[in-house]
Design a binder for this molecule. Structure first.
Ligand code: SF4
Length: 178
């Protein structure tokens, strides 16, 4: 039964990375505008620390697509870093398994202020496939101050990029990108 559910999910979702790059994304259509906004908010580049708290890895595939030539976010100053001490934005995927909760909190505490949290995928919010149980904490917003919630299972790279760019608006209320 599980295999049929998985096949249905694959067929329903398709290849979200293959969608044309939307025209409203400044990263792909107006690099100077994006770079000037990054400089306004972050000073130089945006450094992102990604933490997978137990995802199925489909969200990671869409995040990886952002670094390719199609979206080219590294070309305009949005970079992924290995250490949270160098990061401005914490990008979180997965349903926050209890096994990863302490590592997630350690990454958040190591980041210098000001800092932002972008939750990627339905697993981090109310529509998680995994729910809450002995192994899964569930909603990310209950343990970290989420700034932007990017919904989808998985979300498209374009929406993940919209979520990262939404940090530039600077408010501390949760914005939804879907
Ligand atoms: S939101 Fe969907 S695609 Fe992303 S990790 Fe969860 S189950 Fe996988």
């Amino acid at each position: 039964m599980a295999i049929f559910m998985m096949l249905k999910k694959i067929l329903d979702t398709g290849m979200v990375s293959e969608m044309p790059v939307p025209t409203d994304l400044p990263a792909c259509h107006d690099e100077q505008l994006l770079q000037s906004r990054i400089c306004e908010v972050f000073g130089r580049a945006v450094a992102i620390r990604h933490v997978d708290t137990g995802s199925c890895n489909a969200c990671e595939l869409e995040i990886n697509a952002l670094s390719g030539p199609h979206y080219n976010i590294e070309g305009v100053g949005v970079t992924f870093v290995a250490s949270p001490r160098h990061a401005d934005v914490l990008l979180v995927t997965g349903p926050v398994t209890r096994h990863m909760e302490s590592a997630l909190m350690a990454a958040w505490e190591a980041m210098p202020a000001p800092k932002w949290v972008v939750a990627v995928g339905d697993c981090t919010g109310h529509d998680s496939l995994f729910g809450e149980n002995y192994a899964v904490h569930g909603k990310l917003a209950e343990i970290l101050p989420v700034n932007v919630m990017v919904t989808g299972c998985p979300p498209s790279p374009a929406n993940i990029l919209r979520g990262i760019l939404a940090c530039f608006q600077g408010t501390m209320t949760i914005k939804h990108v879907d």
